[in-house]
Design a protein around this ligand. Structure first.
Ligand code: AHM
Ligand code: MG
Length: 337
């Protein structure tokens, strides 16, 4: 039997890959791992305690906030505050970023952005949800407070990103720019253990993921591509929890699309804490991620914290094929995001 490698061991071992690493990033990833275990505990007992359902307030985009969203948000903030490696946090559930006061004499070098519980409309019905995170090195002077410029960085500047899925098992997948690895939580020992080493996405797959209920609200190029997927007898899988759909595609191949609709002319998903970290993971695994203007997601220059983007992401052969449809069928006058 091969030896179990825990997340902590793996992170510390990998620290040696970075010539000037001094352990801060290692500490941050471990903090996120701890928060994920706490969130996992609550997600798993959500049916037993009064934590399900709508909290009653709205988030920065006017959507209903679920109780577990806020719980996950608070636990991530608490854990990231502890080690003093993070100087600022931005979250889907916070209108503005928050500054983290320095711990002792440490000048924290990193900011973290996250969607604490992606797919939260699924919580009440026991469907997988997940945490998505993105870590950047701050650009501002480390001796002072962080500023908005630290958060509005391109995906190409990401230092690390990943996600945790609270599903049939709880899995953390992350990358520091040297491949993608997955860790499954073993509840009996309370540790994330290396279970998926150096994940590589297949060039093509048998699945496509899109909210086909919006078919008539999509542009003609998107409709043609969806018809093509159907002609190929691809299987439609759409969980309503992007992180879970991407997780399946990472292993089995496929394509995920959230294009512009009439309701969301810029796309629905958030560039900074949904699209960019998942694009980073998928690219690191050999896949592709673009918007419907055929721009690479990771190269988009963000203008605001809660900016939305269209996205086409997944197996490289399928994203390329989708690109051909956009080039062939897009109507130039249509104002796409
Ligand atoms: P959330 O972060 O508020 O849960 O919203 C993001 C989610 C994605 O996980 C999912 O793919 C998408 O919204 C579903 O949206 P729709 O119901 O419009 O298809
Ligand atoms: Mg989300």
């Amino acid at each position: 039997m091969s030896r179990i490698v825990t997340l902590d061991e793996f992170i510390i071992h990998r620290q040696k890959d970075f010539p000037y690493a001094s352990g801060e990033l290692t500490g941050l990833l471990r903090d996120i791992g701890v928060a994920a275990k706490i969130v996992n505990r609550e997600v798993n007992k959500a049916g037993l305690v009064n934590i399900l359902g709508v909290e009653g307030s709205s988030n920065s985009s006017g959507e209903e906030v679920q109780k577990l969203d806020m719980y996950a948000n608070d636990k991530l903030i608490d854990c990231l505050k502890n080690s003093g490696e993070c100087c600022g946090i931005a979250s889907e559930e916070l209108e503005n970023f928050i500054e983290i006061p320095s711990v002792g004499s440490k000048n924290a070098k990193y900011v973290v952005l996250f969607d604490p519980l992606d797919g939260s409309s699924n919580i009440d019905v026991n469907v997988s949800v997940g945490t998505i995170f993105a870590i950047y090195r701050r650009k501002s002077d480390p001796s002072g407070p962080c500023d908005i410029g630290d958060f509005l960085q391109n995906g190409t500047d990401l230092v690390a990103a990943g996600y945790v899925i609270y599903g049939t098992s709880t899995i953390m997948v992350y990358s520091t720019g040297r491949g993608v690895n997955g860790f499954t939580l073993d509840p009996s020992i309370g540790e994330f253990c290396l279970s998926h080493r150096d994940i590589k996405i297949p060039d093509r797959g048998g699945y496509y993921s899109v909210n086909q209920g919006y078919y008539l609200k999509f542009d003609v190029d998107m409709r043609r591509y969806i018809d093509h997927c159907s002609d190929l007898n691809l299987r439609l899988r759409y969980i309503g929890s992007m992180v879970s759909d991407i997780h399946r595609i990472l292993f089995q191949g496929g394509i995920f699309l959230y294009p512009n609709t009439r309701k969301y002319p810029q796309g629905k998903l958030r560039l900074l804490y949904e699209c960019n970290p998942l694009a980073f993971i998928v690219e690191q695994a050999g896949g592709s991620a673009i918007n419907t203007r055929l721009e690479r997601i990771m190269e988009l220059a963000p203008k605001e914290l809660h900016e939305r983007s269209t996205i086409v992401i997944g197996s490289p052969g399928m994203v390329e094929e989708m690109t051909n449809f956009i080039q062939r069928y897009s109507i130039p006058s249509v104002n796409k995001a």
